[in-house]
Structure formats: C-alpha cells, structure tokens
Design a protein around this ligand. Structure first.
Ligand code: 2AM
Length: 187
C-alpha cells in the first residue's frame, strides 16, 4: 500500500486557509491548476511510497516511538510559496524546528523498518495547495498568500496515511487518503 506520514492542521486552521485560498481562485489561470481538496490538506513529514503489508507492524511500532519522542508544538499556517512552477503551497511558522525534528525522526524510523525514504532533501514544511502541469506562472499565487497568517494551533498527532490513487481514469480525479494509524505526540 502507498503510505505517507503527515501532520494535519485542525479544522479551524484549515478554514482560515480556505478563506485565504478562495481569493486565489479569481487570479488568471486559476482554472488551469489542479487544486487539492481542502479536506485532504496536510503537511507531509515523510513519503514512504509502496510499502509491503508485512512491514506494517515494525513500521508502526517505530513511528509510534518517534511520535513519543517529540512534544506537541505550536504552529500557524502562514505565507505561501512554490516549488518552481509545479507546486503551490502554504507555509508554517511557529515551532517549525520541532516539526522538522519530528520529520527527521519519522524518516529514520521508516528507514529502520526497511522503507527507503529519501533523506537527501532537507524537510521543508509545506502544505500543497495546487499542482500545475506547466505553462502557468505560480508566482502571483504565492505572492497573493504572502500576507496570510492564521491563528496558532497545536500539532498534537502524527498520522500514517494511506493514499489510494485514482483508478477511474477520469481526468482530474484526486487520490483518496485514509488514516491508518495515528499517535499522540509526546505521549
Ligand atoms: P507534497 O505534500 O509535497 O505534495 C501524498 O502523495 C503526499 O506525499 C503528498 O502530500 C506529497 O507531497 C507527498 N510526496 C512526497 N514525495 C512524493 C512522491 N515522490 N510521490 C508522491 N507523493 C509524494
């Protein structure tokens, strides 16, 4: 199964971001972006890819231990940015150092369970809002979010999420996510 590990902001924080993102839909080319469903917005801490079911007991044990080693921490959704003209994202500020440390531990836990998580790219806290196929400049979208600052919230849980890719072949259909396990931070 295809898995990733994430922190999901609470509904009030997501609604604030949704209001800010609503303003972006009036920008030119907005209709050419593939917008992520706000119900699935999250910060990916580690992308595990295809994982054999046999690995799950060891993986979940190790992820649970990683979650317990890091405290709950305060974050805000803030600002926006882009990875080239491919991905538009919302950022975080606050105790991003703890979130980053949690992401590193999560990757290490997965690797110890035999899941080859890429450690070459440093963690960059981002919540993907939209993807572009090419030919759309994302800079105006990122700039429109630069002043956004949501209210503080506490990241309290680490979630192991299963991603089911669309099988229908219908263009624009998005993956479905389902939380397989979650752990309280600090615990
Ligand atoms: P993103 O947050 O940067 O878009 C589920 O696919 C999640 O895993 C997405 O949120 C996606 O990241 C993240 N992810 C990281 N690396 C990925 C990869 N190589 N393929 C697909 N998703 C990846």
């Amino acid at each position: 199964m295809r898995l990733f590990v994430a922190v999901v902001p609470p509904p009030p924080a997501l609604s604030q971001l949704q209001s800010a993102v609503a303003g972006l839909h009036s920008l030119p080319d907005s209709g050419r972006l593939r917008w992520a469903d706000p119900a699935t917005w999250h910060f990916t801490l580690a992308f595990l890819g295809e994982v054999d079911e046999a690995v799950l007991p060891d993986l979940t044990e190790r992820l649970g231990r990683a979650a317990h080693r890091h405290p709950a921490h305060e974050l805000r959704l803030a600002g926006g940015g882009r990875f080239g003209d491919r991905v538009l994202w919302a950022g975080a500020d606050g105790d991003v150092a703890t979130l980053s440390a949690l992401a590193r531990s999560t990757g290490a836990a997965a690797r110890r369970a035999g899941v080859p998580v890429d450690e070459s790219r440093p963690f960059h806290a981002h919540l993907t809002l939209a993807r572009a196929g090419g030919g759309v400049a994302l800079r105006p979208f990122a700039e429109a979010l630069s002043d956004f600052r949501g209210s503080p919230w506490t990241a309290e849980r680490l979630e192991l999420v299963r991603s089911r890719l669309p099988g229908s072949g219908v263009p624009g259909e998005r993956p479905r996510y389902e939380t397989v396990r979650s752990w309280e931070l600090g615990g």
